[in-house]
Design a protein around this ligand. Structure first.
Ligand code: APR
Length: 229
């Protein structure tokens, strides 16, 4: 029986693929005001700006490829039951070949009904347009969890972390809740690895910190995990 390796990934996971993080130097929230592009109020007030913000990010995503960090996680599936819980809305984990990916904050390449969040659609190409409607006739919106909205995927993410034999936190500043709170759900004594050039604040103990970017960090992590196989 393979041990369960749960990964909590954030924007740093995709940084080496050319996708901007949020709170680093040059991060997205340096250029855009969250309240202008990533809240339900923003969508109500200026849907064109919000739509353009996500269309631009989706267009850029088509030019990006998974990096060595994503691929390193796929290799770990040989020896572990790898479950990825990501805050990222890109599809790079899936494109790298990861089989079990749970998106906490939605998916950039999908759209959803504005009146029924269970109605979710793949977006054909990079552009979501006004006039594209759901089966109930409402305008499609980005399938993204905006600030202030519920994070339904937490109901599945918490049991995953609770059942983890090992937790690995990669490329997240642990600034945004409830996602950041997941690190507190591990069973007592569960080893926690952190891969990040800057150590994120964590109240939990027995953290093994790998001060590297994801690409290099995964090489080191794979070595360290050999003793857990
Ligand atoms: N490899 C690993 N980690 C990296 C790399 C890299 N190449 N580059 C940057 N990092 C780290 C940074 O040091 C930082 O700790 O990635 C983290 C990025 O933090 P944020 O930009 O805050 O991204 P994230 O934690 O994913 O944000 C969480 O906030 O804006 C919302 O919904 C959005 O999902 C996002 C959430």
């Amino acid at each position: 029986m393979k041990k369960k390796l749960v990964i909590l990934s954030g924007a740093g996971m995709s940084q080496e693929s050319g996708i901007r993080t949020f709170r680093d130097m040059g991060g997205l929230w340096e250029e855009y005001d969250i309240s202008e592009v990533a809240t339900p109020e923003a969508w109500a007030r200026n849907p064109e700006l919000v739509m353009r913000f996500y269309n631009d990010r989706r267009k850029q995503l088509y030019e990006c490829q998974p990096n060595a960090g994503h691929l390193g996680l796929v290799e770990l599936e040989k020896d572990f039951d790898v479950q990825i819980v990501t805050q990222n809305v890109d599809d790079l984990h899936e494109r790298a070949g990861s089989l079990n990916v749970l998106h906490l904050h939605g998916e950039l390449k999908k759209a959803r009904s504005s009146v029924d969040e269970s109605l979710i659609y793949e977006i054909d190409g990079w552009e979501l347009k006004f006039g594209q409607k759901c089966a109930k006739g409402s305008q499609l919106r980005p399938h993204i969890v905006w600030f202030g909205e519920a994070v339904p995927a937490m109901d599945d993410a918490i049991p995953l972390v609770e059942s983890a034999d090992i937790l690995v936190v990669i490329g997240t500043s642990l600034n945004v809740y409830p996602a950041a709170g997941l690190v507190n759900y591990t069973k007592k004594g569960t080893p926690i690895f952190v891969v990040d050039p800057e150590r994120p604040p964590m109240s939990v103990r027995n953290v093994i910190y790998i001060q590297e970017k994801a690409g290099k960090g995964l090489e080191i992590l794979k070595e360290k995990l050999k003793s857990f196989v």
